[in-house]
Design a protein around this ligand. Structure first.
Ligand SMILES: NC(=O)c1ccc[n+]([C@@H]2O[C@H](COP(=O)([O-])OP(=O)(O)OC[C@H]3O[C@@H](n4cnc5c(N)ncnc54)[C@H](O)[C@@H]3O)[C@@H](O)[C@H]2O)c1
Ligand SMILES: O=c1ccn([C@@H]2O[C@H](COP(=O)(O)OP(=O)(O)O[C@H]3O[C@H](CO)[C@H](O)[C@H](O)[C@H]3O)[C@@H](O)[C@H]2O)c(=O)[nH]1
Length: 339
Protein backbone atom coordinates (compact mmCIF):
# COMPACT_ATOMS: atom_id res chain seq x y z
CA UNK A 1 0.00 0.00 0.00
CA UNK A 2 1.41 3.39 -0.95
CA UNK A 3 0.63 7.08 -0.75
CA UNK A 4 0.79 9.09 -3.95
CA UNK A 5 2.48 12.42 -3.32
CA UNK A 6 2.12 14.76 -6.27
CA UNK A 7 4.60 17.63 -6.33
CA UNK A 8 6.67 15.60 -3.87
CA UNK A 9 9.96 17.20 -4.92
CA UNK A 10 8.63 20.72 -4.35
CA UNK A 11 9.04 22.81 -1.24
CA UNK A 12 6.29 21.56 1.07
CA UNK A 13 6.00 18.20 -0.72
CA UNK A 14 9.64 17.24 -0.13
CA UNK A 15 9.40 17.98 3.60
CA UNK A 16 6.20 15.95 3.79
CA UNK A 17 7.77 13.01 1.93
CA UNK A 18 10.53 12.98 4.58
CA UNK A 19 7.95 12.85 7.38
CA UNK A 20 5.93 10.15 5.60
CA UNK A 21 9.03 7.99 5.10
CA UNK A 22 10.01 8.54 8.74
CA UNK A 23 6.54 7.24 9.64
CA UNK A 24 7.05 4.12 7.50
CA UNK A 25 4.68 5.02 4.68
CA UNK A 26 5.50 3.79 1.18
CA UNK A 27 5.68 6.87 -1.02
CA UNK A 28 5.17 7.24 -4.77
CA UNK A 29 6.06 10.70 -6.07
CA UNK A 30 4.86 12.23 -9.32
CA UNK A 31 6.53 15.54 -10.12
CA UNK A 32 7.30 17.02 -13.53
CA UNK A 33 10.18 19.09 -12.13
CA UNK A 34 8.54 22.27 -13.48
CA UNK A 35 9.38 24.00 -10.19
CA UNK A 36 11.83 21.62 -8.52
CA UNK A 37 15.09 19.77 -9.14
CA UNK A 38 16.14 16.15 -9.21
CA UNK A 39 18.84 16.52 -6.50
CA UNK A 40 16.04 16.94 -3.94
CA UNK A 41 15.18 13.25 -4.45
CA UNK A 42 18.74 12.20 -3.62
CA UNK A 43 18.72 14.45 -0.56
CA UNK A 44 15.41 12.99 0.66
CA UNK A 45 17.09 9.58 0.45
CA UNK A 46 20.11 10.86 2.39
CA UNK A 47 17.92 12.31 5.14
CA UNK A 48 15.65 9.30 5.56
CA UNK A 49 17.78 6.36 4.38
CA UNK A 50 14.76 5.32 2.32
CA UNK A 51 13.98 5.55 -1.35
CA UNK A 52 10.61 6.79 -2.58
CA UNK A 53 9.44 5.72 -6.03
CA UNK A 54 9.67 8.68 -8.41
CA UNK A 55 7.92 9.36 -11.71
CA UNK A 56 8.91 12.52 -13.59
CA UNK A 57 5.86 13.48 -15.61
CA UNK A 58 3.11 16.05 -15.92
CA UNK A 59 -0.10 15.05 -14.12
CA UNK A 60 -2.11 16.42 -17.01
CA UNK A 61 -1.01 13.28 -18.90
CA UNK A 62 -3.79 11.02 -17.72
CA UNK A 63 -2.47 7.90 -19.49
CA UNK A 64 0.80 8.06 -17.53
CA UNK A 65 -1.07 8.57 -14.28
CA UNK A 66 -3.23 5.53 -15.03
CA UNK A 67 -0.04 3.47 -15.37
CA UNK A 68 1.11 4.60 -11.91
CA UNK A 69 -2.22 3.56 -10.39
CA UNK A 70 -1.95 0.23 -12.25
CA UNK A 71 1.59 -0.35 -10.96
CA UNK A 72 1.05 0.53 -7.28
CA UNK A 73 -1.52 -0.19 -4.66
CA UNK A 74 -2.36 3.47 -3.97
CA UNK A 75 -4.44 3.99 -0.83
CA UNK A 76 -4.34 7.77 -0.65
CA UNK A 77 -2.98 10.95 -2.16
CA UNK A 78 -1.49 14.19 -0.94
CA UNK A 79 -1.81 16.60 -3.83
CA UNK A 80 0.81 19.36 -3.71
CA UNK A 81 1.34 19.72 -7.45
CA UNK A 82 0.20 23.13 -8.63
CA UNK A 83 1.51 26.35 -10.08
CA UNK A 84 1.68 28.86 -7.24
CA UNK A 85 2.96 32.27 -8.32
CA UNK A 86 0.21 34.78 -7.60
CA UNK A 87 1.44 37.49 -10.04
CA UNK A 88 2.07 35.01 -12.83
CA UNK A 89 -1.42 33.57 -12.40
CA UNK A 90 -2.89 36.96 -13.36
CA UNK A 91 -0.86 37.00 -16.58
CA UNK A 92 -1.44 33.35 -17.49
CA UNK A 93 -4.92 32.53 -16.15
CA UNK A 94 -5.69 29.75 -18.63
CA UNK A 95 -2.40 27.99 -17.86
CA UNK A 96 -3.10 28.20 -14.12
CA UNK A 97 -6.64 26.85 -14.42
CA UNK A 98 -5.35 24.10 -16.71
CA UNK A 99 -2.44 23.01 -14.53
CA UNK A 100 -4.08 23.27 -11.14
CA UNK A 101 -7.49 21.88 -12.04
CA UNK A 102 -6.77 19.33 -14.79
CA UNK A 103 -4.11 17.69 -12.60
CA UNK A 104 -6.58 17.46 -9.73
CA UNK A 105 -9.38 16.09 -11.93
CA UNK A 106 -7.12 13.44 -13.47
CA UNK A 107 -6.24 12.11 -10.01
CA UNK A 108 -9.89 12.16 -8.96
CA UNK A 109 -10.88 10.18 -12.06
CA UNK A 110 -8.43 7.45 -10.99
CA UNK A 111 -9.75 7.57 -7.43
CA UNK A 112 -13.33 7.36 -8.64
CA UNK A 113 -12.72 4.40 -10.94
CA UNK A 114 -10.71 2.44 -8.39
CA UNK A 115 -12.79 3.09 -5.27
CA UNK A 116 -9.85 4.79 -3.54
CA UNK A 117 -10.45 7.25 -0.68
CA UNK A 118 -8.13 9.43 1.47
CA UNK A 119 -7.34 12.61 -0.45
CA UNK A 120 -5.45 15.54 1.08
CA UNK A 121 -5.44 18.87 -0.75
CA UNK A 122 -3.02 21.79 -0.40
CA UNK A 123 -5.25 24.79 0.02
CA UNK A 124 -4.36 28.23 1.25
CA UNK A 125 -5.56 30.92 3.62
CA UNK A 126 -5.93 33.00 0.47
CA UNK A 127 -9.48 31.52 0.27
CA UNK A 128 -10.45 33.79 3.20
CA UNK A 129 -9.25 36.98 1.46
CA UNK A 130 -9.06 39.86 3.94
CA UNK A 131 -11.12 38.33 6.73
CA UNK A 132 -13.19 40.73 8.81
CA UNK A 133 -12.03 39.34 12.15
CA UNK A 134 -8.82 37.78 13.50
CA UNK A 135 -7.79 35.08 14.14
CA UNK A 136 -9.19 33.17 11.16
CA UNK A 137 -10.87 29.88 12.00
CA UNK A 138 -12.43 27.35 9.63
CA UNK A 139 -15.87 28.97 9.98
CA UNK A 140 -14.62 32.36 8.83
CA UNK A 141 -16.57 33.18 5.64
CA UNK A 142 -14.68 32.66 2.39
CA UNK A 143 -14.29 35.57 -0.02
CA UNK A 144 -13.65 35.54 -3.73
CA UNK A 145 -9.86 35.48 -3.97
CA UNK A 146 -8.09 38.40 -5.64
CA UNK A 147 -5.90 36.21 -7.83
CA UNK A 148 -6.45 33.47 -10.39
CA UNK A 149 -4.13 31.33 -8.24
CA UNK A 150 -6.44 31.83 -5.26
CA UNK A 151 -9.46 31.00 -7.40
CA UNK A 152 -7.88 27.69 -8.43
CA UNK A 153 -7.57 26.84 -4.72
CA UNK A 154 -11.20 27.73 -4.01
CA UNK A 155 -12.38 25.80 -7.09
CA UNK A 156 -10.18 22.84 -6.12
CA UNK A 157 -11.85 22.77 -2.70
CA UNK A 158 -15.33 22.82 -4.27
CA UNK A 159 -14.47 20.06 -6.75
CA UNK A 160 -13.20 17.91 -3.89
CA UNK A 161 -16.25 18.49 -1.71
CA UNK A 162 -18.54 17.51 -4.60
CA UNK A 163 -16.37 14.45 -5.27
CA UNK A 164 -16.51 13.34 -1.63
CA UNK A 165 -20.29 13.80 -1.46
CA UNK A 166 -21.12 12.07 -4.74
CA UNK A 167 -18.87 9.04 -4.27
CA UNK A 168 -18.78 8.79 -0.43
CA UNK A 169 -15.07 9.42 -0.15
CA UNK A 170 -12.84 10.93 2.54
CA UNK A 171 -11.05 14.20 1.85
CA UNK A 172 -9.14 16.77 3.88
CA UNK A 173 -8.58 20.37 2.85
CA UNK A 174 -5.53 21.89 4.52
CA UNK A 175 -5.41 25.67 4.42
CA UNK A 176 -1.81 26.73 4.93
CA UNK A 177 -0.90 30.14 6.19
CA UNK A 178 2.66 31.27 5.22
CA UNK A 179 5.14 28.35 5.15
CA UNK A 180 8.79 29.23 5.78
CA UNK A 181 12.09 27.56 6.63
CA UNK A 182 14.04 24.51 5.57
CA UNK A 183 14.80 21.05 6.92
CA UNK A 184 17.25 21.01 9.91
CA UNK A 185 19.64 18.98 7.74
CA UNK A 186 19.71 21.95 5.29
CA UNK A 187 19.41 19.42 2.45
CA UNK A 188 15.93 20.45 1.37
CA UNK A 189 14.25 23.85 1.39
CA UNK A 190 12.50 26.38 -0.82
CA UNK A 191 14.31 26.58 -4.17
CA UNK A 192 14.84 30.16 -5.20
CA UNK A 193 14.05 29.96 -8.91
CA UNK A 194 14.15 33.47 -10.41
CA UNK A 195 13.45 36.58 -8.34
CA UNK A 196 11.55 35.52 -5.21
CA UNK A 197 8.03 36.86 -4.75
CA UNK A 198 7.71 35.70 -1.17
CA UNK A 199 9.11 37.59 1.77
CA UNK A 200 11.41 35.08 3.43
CA UNK A 201 13.28 33.90 0.29
CA UNK A 202 13.79 37.56 -0.63
CA UNK A 203 15.10 38.34 2.86
CA UNK A 204 17.44 35.32 2.59
CA UNK A 205 18.85 36.47 -0.75
CA UNK A 206 19.22 40.06 0.43
CA UNK A 207 21.21 38.93 3.47
CA UNK A 208 23.38 36.84 1.14
CA UNK A 209 24.05 39.84 -1.11
CA UNK A 210 22.22 38.34 -4.10
CA UNK A 211 19.66 41.17 -3.89
CA UNK A 212 20.69 44.68 -2.99
CA UNK A 213 17.74 45.62 -0.81
CA UNK A 214 14.48 44.15 0.36
CA UNK A 215 11.48 46.14 -0.83
CA UNK A 216 8.98 46.39 1.99
CA UNK A 217 5.62 46.69 0.27
CA UNK A 218 3.96 49.39 2.32
CA UNK A 219 4.30 50.75 5.87
CA UNK A 220 0.96 52.52 6.00
CA UNK A 221 -1.18 49.53 6.94
CA UNK A 222 -3.37 49.78 10.03
CA UNK A 223 -1.04 47.52 12.04
CA UNK A 224 1.26 48.27 14.95
CA UNK A 225 4.34 49.16 12.88
CA UNK A 226 2.47 49.87 9.62
CA UNK A 227 3.70 46.76 7.78
CA UNK A 228 1.45 43.86 6.85
CA UNK A 229 0.97 40.91 9.19
CA UNK A 230 1.04 37.19 8.34
CA UNK A 231 1.23 33.87 10.17
CA UNK A 232 4.59 32.26 9.32
CA UNK A 233 4.51 28.51 9.88
CA UNK A 234 7.64 26.35 9.90
CA UNK A 235 7.59 23.95 6.96
CA UNK A 236 8.59 20.87 9.00
CA UNK A 237 5.73 21.54 11.42
CA UNK A 238 3.45 21.89 8.39
CA UNK A 239 4.76 18.62 6.93
CA UNK A 240 3.98 16.83 10.21
CA UNK A 241 0.40 18.10 10.04
CA UNK A 242 -0.02 16.22 6.74
CA UNK A 243 1.02 12.96 8.35
CA UNK A 244 -1.41 13.57 11.23
CA UNK A 245 -4.23 14.42 8.80
CA UNK A 246 -3.51 11.36 6.66
CA UNK A 247 -3.45 9.02 9.66
CA UNK A 248 -6.75 10.43 10.89
CA UNK A 249 -8.39 10.01 7.48
CA UNK A 250 -7.11 6.45 7.09
CA UNK A 251 -8.38 5.48 10.53
CA UNK A 252 -11.97 6.26 9.54
CA UNK A 253 -13.21 2.89 8.37
CA UNK A 254 -16.94 3.55 8.03
CA UNK A 255 -18.21 4.04 4.49
CA UNK A 256 -19.49 7.52 3.83
CA UNK A 257 -18.48 11.04 3.02
CA UNK A 258 -15.86 12.75 5.15
CA UNK A 259 -14.88 16.38 4.52
CA UNK A 260 -12.34 17.71 7.01
CA UNK A 261 -10.98 21.25 6.84
CA UNK A 262 -8.06 22.55 8.91
CA UNK A 263 -6.23 25.84 9.14
CA UNK A 264 -2.51 25.27 9.56
CA UNK A 265 -0.71 28.18 11.15
CA UNK A 266 0.98 29.17 14.38
CA UNK A 267 -1.83 31.37 15.66
CA UNK A 268 0.57 34.29 15.87
CA UNK A 269 0.82 37.20 13.45
CA UNK A 270 4.19 38.78 12.59
CA UNK A 271 4.72 41.98 10.64
CA UNK A 272 7.17 42.31 7.75
CA UNK A 273 9.46 44.41 9.93
CA UNK A 274 9.30 41.83 12.72
CA UNK A 275 10.37 39.11 10.28
CA UNK A 276 13.29 41.21 9.06
CA UNK A 277 14.45 41.95 12.59
CA UNK A 278 14.03 38.33 13.70
CA UNK A 279 16.09 37.17 10.71
CA UNK A 280 18.88 39.64 11.57
CA UNK A 281 18.95 38.60 15.23
CA UNK A 282 18.70 34.86 14.56
CA UNK A 283 21.50 34.83 11.99
CA UNK A 284 23.70 37.81 12.95
CA UNK A 285 23.38 39.33 9.50
CA UNK A 286 22.06 42.56 8.08
CA UNK A 287 19.07 42.85 5.79
CA UNK A 288 19.09 46.24 4.04
CA UNK A 289 15.61 47.40 3.07
CA UNK A 290 13.61 50.26 1.64
CA UNK A 291 9.93 50.98 2.05
CA UNK A 292 7.93 51.10 -1.20
CA UNK A 293 4.27 51.44 -2.14
CA UNK A 294 1.87 48.64 -1.25
CA UNK A 295 1.86 45.59 -3.55
CA UNK A 296 -1.40 45.24 -5.47
CA UNK A 297 -3.72 42.56 -4.13
CA UNK A 298 -2.02 42.30 -0.72
CA UNK A 299 -4.15 42.06 2.37
CA UNK A 300 -3.41 43.80 5.68
CA UNK A 301 -3.48 40.97 8.14
CA UNK A 302 -4.01 37.21 8.33
CA UNK A 303 -3.30 34.83 11.15
CA UNK A 304 -4.83 31.52 12.04
CA UNK A 305 -6.84 30.02 14.78
CA UNK A 306 -5.44 26.49 14.47
CA UNK A 307 -7.25 25.06 17.52
CA UNK A 308 -9.26 22.63 15.40
CA UNK A 309 -6.08 20.96 14.11
CA UNK A 310 -4.82 20.66 17.68
CA UNK A 311 -8.11 19.25 18.92
CA UNK A 312 -8.75 16.78 16.11
CA UNK A 313 -5.29 15.96 14.76
CA UNK A 314 -3.26 16.34 17.93
CA UNK A 315 -1.03 18.70 15.95
CA UNK A 316 0.27 22.12 16.71
CA UNK A 317 3.06 24.34 15.48
CA UNK A 318 6.14 23.97 17.69
CA UNK A 319 8.89 26.02 16.11
CA UNK A 320 9.44 29.71 16.78
CA UNK A 321 9.92 32.30 14.06
CA UNK A 322 13.59 32.74 14.99
CA UNK A 323 14.25 28.99 14.92
CA UNK A 324 12.59 28.70 11.53
CA UNK A 325 14.58 31.65 10.18
CA UNK A 326 17.84 30.04 11.32
CA UNK A 327 17.11 27.06 9.07
CA UNK A 328 16.56 29.47 6.17
CA UNK A 329 20.09 30.80 6.55
CA UNK A 330 21.61 27.30 6.83
CA UNK A 331 19.76 26.41 3.61
CA UNK A 332 21.20 29.48 1.84
CA UNK A 333 24.70 28.38 2.92
CA UNK A 334 24.02 24.89 1.56
CA UNK A 335 22.83 26.34 -1.77
CA UNK A 336 26.10 28.27 -2.03
CA UNK A 337 28.07 25.02 -1.77
CA UNK A 338 26.12 23.68 -4.75
CA UNK A 339 27.11 26.49 -7.13
N1 LIG B 1 4.31 27.86 -0.45
C1 LIG B 1 3.24 28.52 -0.06
O1 LIG B 1 3.33 29.68 0.39
C2 LIG B 1 1.87 27.90 -0.16
C3 LIG B 1 0.82 28.44 0.61
C4 LIG B 1 -0.44 27.86 0.50
C5 LIG B 1 -0.65 26.77 -0.33
N2 LIG B 1 0.39 26.28 -1.07
C6 LIG B 1 0.14 25.16 -1.96
O2 LIG B 1 0.91 24.05 -1.53
C7 LIG B 1 1.30 23.25 -2.64
C8 LIG B 1 2.80 23.07 -2.61
O3 LIG B 1 3.43 24.35 -2.64
P1 LIG B 1 5.01 24.49 -2.69
O4 LIG B 1 5.32 25.78 -2.06
O5 LIG B 1 5.64 23.26 -2.20
O6 LIG B 1 5.21 24.64 -4.26
P2 LIG B 1 6.37 24.07 -5.19
O7 LIG B 1 6.26 24.78 -6.51
O8 LIG B 1 7.67 24.10 -4.50
O9 LIG B 1 5.94 22.54 -5.38
C9 LIG B 1 4.99 22.13 -6.33
C10 LIG B 1 5.60 20.94 -7.07
O10 LIG B 1 4.65 20.46 -8.01
C11 LIG B 1 5.28 20.20 -9.25
N3 LIG B 1 4.25 20.36 -10.28
C12 LIG B 1 3.55 21.47 -10.61
N4 LIG B 1 2.67 21.20 -11.60
C13 LIG B 1 2.79 19.86 -11.88
C14 LIG B 1 2.16 18.97 -12.79
N5 LIG B 1 1.21 19.39 -13.64
N6 LIG B 1 2.54 17.68 -12.80
C15 LIG B 1 3.51 17.21 -11.96
N7 LIG B 1 4.15 18.02 -11.08
C16 LIG B 1 3.79 19.32 -11.03
C17 LIG B 1 6.42 21.21 -9.34
O11 LIG B 1 7.49 20.77 -10.16
C18 LIG B 1 6.85 21.31 -7.87
O12 LIG B 1 7.89 20.40 -7.58
C19 LIG B 1 0.77 23.97 -3.88
O13 LIG B 1 -0.45 23.39 -4.24
C20 LIG B 1 0.57 25.38 -3.39
O14 LIG B 1 -0.40 26.05 -4.15
C21 LIG B 1 1.64 26.81 -0.99
O1 LIG C 1 9.74 41.29 -1.29
C1 LIG C 1 8.76 41.28 -0.52
C2 LIG C 1 7.89 40.18 -0.44
C3 LIG C 1 6.82 40.25 0.43
N1 LIG C 1 6.62 41.35 1.19
C4 LIG C 1 5.47 41.40 2.11
O2 LIG C 1 5.56 40.29 2.97
C5 LIG C 1 4.25 39.79 3.29
C6 LIG C 1 4.20 38.31 2.92
O3 LIG C 1 4.29 38.21 1.51
P1 LIG C 1 4.45 36.80 0.76
O4 LIG C 1 4.47 37.07 -0.71
O5 LIG C 1 5.59 36.05 1.34
O6 LIG C 1 3.14 36.03 1.19
P2 LIG C 1 1.61 36.37 0.90
O7 LIG C 1 0.94 36.36 2.24
O8 LIG C 1 1.43 37.57 0.09
O9 LIG C 1 1.18 35.13 -0.03
C7 LIG C 1 1.47 33.80 0.32
O10 LIG C 1 0.46 33.30 1.11
C8 LIG C 1 -0.82 33.32 0.51
C9 LIG C 1 -1.76 32.84 1.54
O11 LIG C 1 -2.12 33.93 2.30
C10 LIG C 1 -0.84 32.48 -0.75
O12 LIG C 1 -0.85 31.11 -0.43
C11 LIG C 1 0.31 32.80 -1.64
O13 LIG C 1 0.47 31.75 -2.58
C12 LIG C 1 1.60 32.91 -0.92
O14 LIG C 1 2.56 33.44 -1.81
C13 LIG C 1 3.27 40.65 2.49
O15 LIG C 1 2.77 41.65 3.33
C14 LIG C 1 4.14 41.28 1.40
O16 LIG C 1 3.71 42.55 0.98
C15 LIG C 1 7.46 42.44 1.12
O17 LIG C 1 7.27 43.43 1.80
N2 LIG C 1 8.51 42.36 0.27
Amino acid sequence: MAILVTGGLGYIGSHTVVELLNNNFEVVIVDDLSNSEKFILKNIEEITGRKPVFYPFDLKRRELLTQVFDAHNIEGCINFAASKAVGESQLKPVDYYENNLFSLINILQEFKEREISNFIFSSSCTVYGQADTMPIDENTPLKTPESVYGKTKQMGEEILIDFAKAYQRKITLLRYFNPIGAHPSAKIGELPIGVPNNLVPYVMQTAAGIREKLNIWGNDYPTEDGTAVRDYIYVVDLAKAHVAALKKLMQITSDGTVVDIYNLGTGKGSSVLEVVTAFEIANHVEVPYQVCDRREGDITIAYANADKAERELGWKSETTLEEALKTVWEWQKYLETKK
